[in-house]
Design a binder for this molecule. Structure first.
Ligand SMILES: O=C(C1CCC1)N1C[C@@H]2C[C@H]3C[C@@H](O)[C@@H](O)[C@]2(C1)O3
Length: 130
């Protein structure tokens, strides 16, 4: 009903705001666009579910997420993929993993500080009812 659409509209506004703030953070520049498959031809042989901040934003606008938990599953792919594809001890890989861990911690801190548990519970009820 209309009230449910109001809740999902507020969810999308919150998720867009979080995603845009992450995209503006210079530490997360490498996460803002899909990994370039021309530049990294074996990427899709290693990483089965690529994800990046611009794709998160597209998914939000396409109403892919009805709960914050669904959004988190995709947001977590970004740093998980980076840790998986860049596991070596060389400085470049370590730099990427440090930023991947910073992304993980930053998303969790934002949701801990800014997401009301009751709001997420309402979103979960809407999801179960559909
Ligand atoms: O995993 C990533 C991104 C970094 C976070 C996501 N990439 C895989 C390649 C390995 C490394 C060096 C460059 O070859 C550049 O193309 C990539 C992009 O970084």
């Amino acid at each position: 009903e209309e009230q449910e659409e109001d809740v999902l509209r507020e969810l999308r506004l919150f998720l867009r705001n979080v995603t845009e703030r992450l995209s503006l953070d210079r530490r997360f520049k490498a996460f803002t666009r899909p990994v370039d498959i021309e530049e990294v031809p074996d990427y899709l042989m290693v990483i089965k579910k690529p994800m990046d901040l611009s794709t998160l934003l597209t998914n939000i606008d396409e109403h892919k997420y009805v709960t914050v938990s669904e959004f988190m599953l995709d947001a977590d792919l970004i740093w998980q993929n980076a840790l998986e594809y860049n596991p070596d001890s060389d400085p470049m890989d370590r730099h990427i993993r440090h930023r991947a861990c910073a992304l993980k911690d930053t998303v969790r801190a934002i949701l801990r500080d800014e997401l009301d548990e009751d709001f997420e519970r309402v979103c979960e009820e809407i999801k179960e009812s559909r």
